[in-house]
Design a protein. Structure first.
Length: 299
């Protein structure tokens, strides 16, 4: 009997090492999909838990938000590449495919890394049986660029609105509502430009709570307490201010300020019945303190 190993008896290959940035992005995406989690609240926690460097944290942020912004488009592409409906794909595998599709079609990540590590994430989520399917779908996606895939997506759409919705990652009902609103003002030709702007990666906007901090430059256009975050991670600024400076969209600031600055009266009692997760409530609380009013908040 020969002492040489039987080539028919293959040993299982060691599992692929997944970069921590991708693990964080996948965990957040899966929580958003499975548990309706807030990505903007969970991502900083997962980045801190993973101990990511600033560069890795930036990659995790781009992978998370980039994939989520383009999810509708990537879902349409995955449906074609997989040859099946999305509800026939395990949730964990689908999230891994979305993450891989974003890296392949919208980033400079090396294709082999995007495919191999996404397949490993699918394996971890759904078992070894998922690897062949995930690998085949991602390699099929990698054979074409984004423009080529979008041509295929448009060809399968049943209407112009559906084609625009799929390629811009917006639900069709939103596309139709925006079209009607623009048409009423004679600006229907701006529809696709508006949807593209809605998907653009925004700059980070911060709020300086009234009476507790002063907004820095550059200031926001509309909110008197808003300013643009400096480059890099804004978390150190939030921590050093004790929460008096915080990341918050300008629109959210304005909603709270529109109520708080309508001619407040000292001694008034304000009630916030929809206080979770608390961003606008913090603005209201600072405004109430400044106006000698009392805020009660509940969720």
């Amino acid at each position: 009997m020969s002492g040489r190993p039987d080539p028919r008896r293959r040993r299982d290959a060691p599992p692929t090492i997944v970069q921590r940035s991708r693990e964080v992005a996948f965990a957040v995406m899966h929580a958003v999909d499975a548990d309706d989690a807030y990505a903007n609240l969970l991502l900083p926690i997962e980045i801190d838990r993973a101990g990511l460097s600033p560069a890795d944290a930036a990659l995790a942020t781009e992978l998370t938000y980039g994939t989520l912004r383009g999810r509708g488009m990537y879902d349409a592409i995955i449906r074609i590449a997989a040859g099946r409906e999305l509800d026939e794909i395990d949730h964990g595998v689908l999230d891994a495919l979305r993450l891989g599709a974003h890296q392949l079609l919208a980033t400079r990540v090396a294709p082999h890394a995007a495919v191999n590590e996404s397949v490993e994430l699918a394996r971890r989520s759904s078992g070894r049986s998922a690897t062949g399917f995930a690998n085949a779908v991602l390699r099929r996606i990698s054979r074409n660029d984004l423009d080529g895939w979008l041509d295929q997506v448009r060809a399968l759409a049943r209407s112009d609105d559906e084609a625009i919705g799929w390629t811009s990652s917006h639900p069709v009902w939103i596309v139709r509502a925006m079209r009607r609103a623009l048409r009423a003002e004679g600006r229907e030709h701006e529809l696709e430009e508006l949807l593209a702007a809605d998907n653009a990666s925004p700059s980070v906007t911060m709020a300086a709570l009234t009476g507790l901090a002063e907004p820095r430059s550059p200031r926001t256009r509309f909110s008197p307490i808003g300013f643009r975050a400096p480059s890099g991670d804004p978390e150190p600024l939030v921590r050093s201010s004790g929460g008096a400076m915080r990341v918050q969209d300008e629109g959210s600031q304005l909603v709270a300020l529109a109520l708080a600055r309508r001619a407040p009266v000292a001694g008034e009692r304000w009630l916030d019945l929809c206080a979770g997760p608390g961003g606008k409530t913090a603005v209201l609380a600072a405004e109430a303190r400044n106006a000698s009013a009392l805020l009660e908040a509940n969720e």
